[in-house]
Write a protein that binds this ligand. Sequence first.
Ligand code: F6R
Length: 261
Amino acid sequence: MEVVIVARPEDAAPIVADAYTRLLARTPSAVLGLATGSTPLGVYRELIRRHQQEGLSFAQVTTFNLDEYVGLPAGHPELYRTFIEREFTSHVDLDPARVHGPDGLAEDLLAAAADYERAIADAGGIDIQILGIGADGHLAFNMPGSSLVSRTRLKTLTRKTREDNARFFDGDISQVPKHCLTQGLGTIMESRHAIMLGFGRNKAQAVAEAVEGGVSAHWPASILQMHPHATVVVDEDAASQLRLTNYYIDTFNGKPDWQGI
Ligand code: F6R
């Protein structure tokens, strides 16, 4: 696991966007796993900028969202499908038919989850999976206690996650769905490169547990310690409870330019 500590959240975007630029130069038909929430927005904006100003093309790319609320009506602004289109995919040359998300309105949610797993596998698996982290250590919507080998499935959101996300629903927790479909931790572990971002002091404990604590379902993001290519990019606030900080900084500063994250 590589840990990159940046001074401010906005400093993370070019470092992470470079990983996409290198991937797309190698594999124009790459498969990207996309997260919602506030954390990845800077990266999406930088990718859009590179598309508009530097010709970075997503024309052959396929995407898979990490998760989706169950029961929000089509077109709802907080539907993760709508969110990803609004914040990223509609601003680049991605074919909308290649933008996928779990179907939180499916009549048979369990079948929809199984179909989603199959679709990811049929596309060849995910090349870069971008991830945020919950203050309680959740990864995608794998809440504390999630099986470390779980696949895409139906989950119940914790009250804390619903409280945190109420800011997107006029501050009204009663509007935040109670259930979701989410890629499992086992699904995420099959991505070829997992990049987890964490910003702000409220993520500091979760980041420390995920990076330096024991691997435990209690802190689902800690499963990334078992990932063969995981990069954690955090700002100084989110890194404030890490212990090996100097080592992480020395390692990143000592890398040759060609290596990337
Ligand atoms: C989003 C997701 C969640 C968020 C996490 C952090 O698709 O799966 O795990 O990444 O809740 O959310 P923000 O980025 O809003 O702090």
